[in-house]
Design a protein. Structure first.
Lengths: 114, 112
């Protein structure tokens, strides 16, 4: 069964350092999403791509977060500089197209900022 | 911004019993989806119900949707220990970039 690949699985970084997460969606899925999930809460959408274009990044803290999907396939989410409040699970998901299908999520990257 | 609210926040039942979780939302939706999340893992899509549908079944899962009350329920019948997880409802908003917005989840524990 096709999966969404994410790496690393766990990441510990010091505050003010840069950190990056990688996601490889299911082949052929045009839409890719990055969500952040704080422990005990539901996921919150950070950025949504349709192919290589950003269609929603309204909740992305753009002073420190950036996301790209240059060739419309895999994607990278970067935080620079990391803050203590960024500690969370970062989840990537993909779907064939926007909205009418359920999303397939990766296993996530657990970020701890110390 | 919070769109979906699940109720209860936590539910503990005996194996074999049925589990019912509820979800309320605020604005018009295209569809509503339920996901399961085991501790420390990603979310797994369970079922999707469109705004013009009232009920949907998948195996031991039954989902209802009442758009007049802006609410949905997820019923898991004959629960098993493996059903222990957090369950989230997510609503696909009609307006804008078709954002899928998650609630805070219900933590379900099945006791053997």
């Amino acid at each position: 069964e096709a999966e969404v690949a994410q790496s690393p699985r766990y990441k510990i970084t010091e505050k003010s350092q840069a950190v990056a997460f990688w996601c490889d969606p299911i082949s052929g899925h045009a839409t890719l999403y990055w969500y952040r999930q704080i422990l005990g809460q539901g996921p919150e959408l950070l950025v949504q791509f349709q192919d290589e274009s950003v269609v929603d990044d309204s909740q992305l803290p753009k002073d420190r977060f950036s996301a790209e999907r240059l060739k419309g396939v895999d994607s990278t989410l970067k935080i620079q500089p990391a803050e203590l409040g960024d500690s969370a699970m970062y989840l990537c998901a993909s779907s064939p197209t926007r909205g009418i299908y359920g999303y397939t999520f990766g296993s996530g990257t657990r970020l701890t900022v110390v | 911004s919070q769109q979906g609210e699940e109720d209860p926040q936590a539910l503990s039942i005996q194996e074999g019993e049925n589990a019912t979780m509820n979800c309320s939302y605020k604005t018009s939706i295209n569809n509503l989806q339920w996901y399961r999340q085991n501790s420390g893992r990603g979310l797994v899509h369970l079922i999707l119900i469109r705004s013009n549908e009232r009920e949907k079944h998948s195996g031991r899962l039954r989902v209802t949707l009442d758009t007049s009350k802006k609410s949905s329920s997820l019923l898991i019948t004959a629960s098993r220990a493996a059903d222990t997880a957090s369950y989230f409802c997510a609503t696909l908003l009609v307006q804008g970039a078709q954002k899928l917005v998650f609630g805070q989840g219900t933590r379900l524990t099945i006791n053997p």
